[in-house]
Ligand binder design. Structure first.
Ligand code: ZN
Length: 412
């Protein structure tokens, strides 16, 4: 998908002074005259920016403004080594709130709503983004942060929370807890806004049914403001991405070339207004595709992408077959008696790879064996190899307040 005229105008304005403002890009684009970038072809010649570049710029090397203009920093949860620090100016903070408030509006949330925010606060961007957007919209923020389920459920009942913001794992945990305590009729939730980790249809249906809510997927990442750069609307499940703030490309993760519109690839983002840390062609490692055609909601100025299928680094290769979490979820959806929670263990034993597929099920005894057999058969039909299928009781696999790790590759 090419840039709109409005997006070109923003990029051109940005490029006119980018190298003067940013030593990082002066170096990165040393071989390019940015004022000569006039076509999509020119633009696509610019090298990608990757998380590794940002890590190398630690702590504040990515800044494109003088230090006194920086009003806040956030940091992405680096699982390995040096973290990434992203500086924000006052305009960046305001823009983020504007985008987030727009997300709430697209989800049909109004100033009448009471929004219980369970993502974490602090260096991580999530919680505060949900909060500033909520305040900008004029709704009541209930800034719980993660954990303390007793208190979460108490506040939810006492304050009459109508919106729950959470990761899908934590939303599921709360839904199960509400069912267990039999307090469903005291809970007034009507919408759930869920951070965009990969989650399957079965899990979605369970959360929606048990909480009695409409669910919305919100997209974003710490490097690009945080959550809130897009959300699905009330008409459809695909996410609108705010075209006045972000330009989206979808590329082949191996070649870096754009894939045909509608095909799956890696999301690459360019910020159009960001001051503190502008990002040009940033590789997200998230996989999705453009959803073509008009959205029934009419907001066609904001292009749509599908719910995230997975991450390029979530892919595992077993016996020569590439596998993604989305495929494991599809298999679960096919098997009656299998619930939404699963865990994949990959081991190398006696010279061969073994994939064990743990899944939660209410079935026991012979019934459970039947479900296990069925799951193994569906897996074989879809992916061409037979896993060890192992059913475990509901609630036995871990749920976390952040993102639940489901795939464990023990081969290396
Ligand atoms: Zn729409």
């Amino acid at each position: 998908m090419d840039m709109s005229q409005e997006q070109w105008a923003r990029v051109t304005a940005q490029f006119a002074t980018l190298k003067e403002r940013s030593p990082f890009y002066a170096k990165k684009f040393a071989d390019f005259d940015l004022t000569e970038i006039k076509t999509m072809e020119d633009f696509r010649k610019l090298p990608f920016t990757d998380k590794g570049d940002l890590r190398d710029a630690y702590p504040l090397g990515i800044a494109a403004v003088p230090p006194e203009k920086i009003v806040r920093i956030h940091s992405s949860s680096g699982t390995t080594g040096t973290p990434v620090i992203i500086p924000y100016t006052q305009k960046d903070v305001d823009d983020w709130a504007t985008m987030f408030a727009r997300c709430y509006e697209y989800a049909g949330i109004t100033p009448e709503d009471r929004v219980q925010i369970t993502p974490g606060y602090g260096l991580w961007t999530a919680g505060i983004g949900f909060q500033v957007g909520c305040e900008k919209l004029g709704a009541m923020a209930i800034p719980m942060g993660p954990g303390n389920t007793d208190k979460q459920l108490q506040m939810m009942q006492d304050l009459g929370s109508t919106v729950l913001c959470a990761t899908s794992s934590y939303a599921l945990l709360l839904a199960e807890e509400i069912a267990k305590r039999g307090i469903g009729d005291k809970v007034k939730l009507r919408k759930g806004v869920i951070g965009s980790e990969r989650w399957g249809d079965k899990m979605r249906a369970r959360i929606a049914n048990e909480l009695g809510v409409e669910l919305y997927d919100i997209y974003g990442l710490t490097e690009i403001y945080g959550p809130g750069i897009g959300i699905n609307c009330q008409a459809d499940s695909a996410m609108h991405i705010w075209s006045d703030f972000v330009f989206v490309e979808i590329v082949d993760p191996k070649t870096g070339e754009p894939v045909p519109d509608g095909e799956e690839g890696e999301i690459v983002l360019t910020t159009l207004q960001k001051e503190g840390a502008p990002l040009i062609r940033f590789r997200t490692h998230d996989l999705s595709r453009f959803v073509q055609g008009d959205c029934p909601c009419g907001h066609n100025e904001h292009p749509r992408i599908d719910i995230i299928t997975g991450r390029t680094d979530d892919m595992v290769k077993v016996k020569g077959v590439n596998m993604f979490p989305a495929q494991f979820e599809e298999i679960l959806a096919f098997v009656d008696g299998a619930s939404s929670e699963y865990q994949i263990m990959i081991d190398h034993l006696n010279g061969r790879d073994i994939l064990t597929f743990f899944f939660e099920t209410e079935a026991t005894g012979e019934e459970k064996e039947k479900v296990q057999k069925q799951l193994a058969a569906v897996f074989k039909a879809k992916l061409g190899m037979t896993p060890e299928a192992k059913g475990v009781a509901i609630g036995e696999l871990p749920r976390s307040e952040k993102k639940t790790k489901r795939i464990f590759d023990n081969r290396y």
